[in-house]
Design a protein around this ligand. Sequence first.
Ligand code: PMP
Length: 440
Amino acid sequence: SSYLRSLVVGANTQVPVASGGYVIATNFDNAATTPPFCAVMDEIIAFAPWYSSVHRGKGYKSIVTSDIYEQARQTVKQFVCAGANDTAVFTKSTTESINLLANVLANDGGEKLILATDMEHLANDLPWRRHFKVDYACLDAFGRLSLKNVEDKLQQHKGKVALVAVTGASNVTGYINPVHSIARLAHKHGAKIFVDGAQLVPHMPFCMSKGQATECIDFLAFSAHKMYAPFGAGVLIGNSEDLLQAEPLLWGGGAVDLTSQQFIEWDAPPGRYEAGTPNVMGVVALVAAIRTLEANDLEMIHQYESSLISTVIAGLTDISGIRLYSVPTCDDERVSLISFTMEGIDHGLLAQALSQEAGIAVRNGLFCAHPYVEKLLKISDEELKYYHTHDDASVPGLVRISLGLYNTRQEVELFLRTVRRIAADPAFYAKKYQASMRND
Ligand code: PMP
């Protein structure tokens, strides 16, 4: 684990705590963003002398830069075993990738609908709502996606579903969805499948083309900043034929072939969807992150993170007053994150206490997955609206810890010790941090 820790930048950064001193920060908020790999930062520096415009120049550096940028598509595709006819479109983020795909599919016209699920991040929900009628496959009693309901909904809509949009792994509960089985169901009913890979691909090996042709994933998106590269680069992978049909989301130079004032000839994908000067530095960083993940064996990383999260789950289960929002599962059914609440202290105050008592960074709230958390907490739309209109009311939510490959067993132990300490007297900590929040 000390070797894995040495892979990321800033693992030993010190942060202030309530006692007045400093401690080494524990970052348990990797589902939001991961720190960059040292190798990624090195690659950025190494590439800087070649930094030049893409696709436009005949200068040597411009040609080198363009080659690096184009080769990056192959690296990204190989990373997730994309199909031979798939293309990788570089975007800003998973959110932009899904907006792009929704725009492409909306061009197809017709009365089709999208089947999303009750456990989606808003990035894999709102872009669909913008263009389509959306139905949602529901959860089982443990907050997991009900495969039976996916099949029932596909049957019920009688070939009208254009696409099943599902997350590879939830950013709230950590549950991994059996996306290849869902692909089989989708294809059986004439639909395609999109997988939101933002929380999945940084944590375990993922293959778009797996098993039989009917089990392959049609579209996949993910973000560099959740896989140890900086913000600002993302990718949408899908069949170039499927991506051919639409007008782009962004119009401008680079997206067209030849264009007069009378006509526009769009370029073929991926160029068609990359108007403007692309983020080459971001793509170079993404490739360096992929190489580092591959060099360190994603299966091994998954095993390591799974053993840490199992210790967290076992530890939290033993603390009275803690409620977990997902059930313990096998390693291949969860990525390394989990959400919980503690009786007697609001989620915001608990997150604040973890930070101020021990330098542990976690996330709290609704995690941009409001409908999912609403269902897990069994609150109604009316209640959510009430919180929206009453500033003084404390919005319900959860506390989430999400691990990365550089987290250690010692950090997990520190976290469990701190949670135990808070759970022994939650009212004391609630009061302490209520006051400090008021002073902010
Ligand atoms: N999907 C999931 C499951 C996520 O966790 C996130 C980020 N929290 C996103 C999509 C959106 O990613 P980005 O902010 O990089 O667009």
